[in-house]
Write a new protein. Structure first.
Length: 169
């Protein structure tokens, strides 16, 4: 009968638990979902190469490529963010939204690969531009050098000499 007394005492006291706040605070170093600046991405694929859980995929077809990110596979390690040389990947500082179906948080971008701009040629030195090139060096540059294959020859020992060498030792 002591159990009934305990139940009645708890019912008289009411609720003693405190309610959680609507949104729990996030730690300052929280690593959330990945986002990409797709306009500046060159499609190198280093992010997908460094992802240990294969949450990122880059598929290329000529100059077009497709970048995919599946947050349900992501371990939020941040390797992809560290590996991106152009610093186009960022991690959100808030928690991802609640989702009901697998694949709701997937991100997919179809982009055209942007080739890096060619490096400009170094400016010619004033001394080199003023001096005319010698004629002999111009002729040598115009004719390709002849390539002679080098074959290493091994000496051939006649069988008679091998037998004589074997008997004397």
């Amino acid at each position: 009968m002591k159990i009934l007394r305990l139940i009645l005492d708890n019912l008289k006291r009411g609720t003693l638990t405190s309610k959680f706040p609507e949104k729990q605070p996030v730690s300052p170093n929280y690593r959330g979902m990945i986002s990409i600046e797709s306009e500046r991405c060159v499609g190198c694929g280093q992010c997908s190469y460094s992802c240990p859980s294969c949450a990122m995929e880059v598929h290329r077809e000529g100059d077009k490529y497709q970048w995919k990110y599946d947050a349900s596979k992501c371990t939020f390690c941040g390797r992809c963010v560290d590996r991106c040389k152009l610093h186009l990947l960022t991690m959100a500082t808030e928690r991802p939204p609640v989702y009901e179906h697998q694949g709701d948080l997937k991100q997919e971008y179809n982009m055209v690969r942007k080739r890096p701009a060619p490096k400009p040629a170094p400016p010619a030195k004033k001394e080199d531009a003023a001096a005319p090139a010698p004629e002999a060096s111009a002729k040598e540059a115009a004719t390709p050098a002849e390539v002679i294959p080098v074959v290493k020859e091994t000496p051939v020992v006649p069988p008679v000499a091998q037998q004589a060498a074997g008997q004397t030792t």
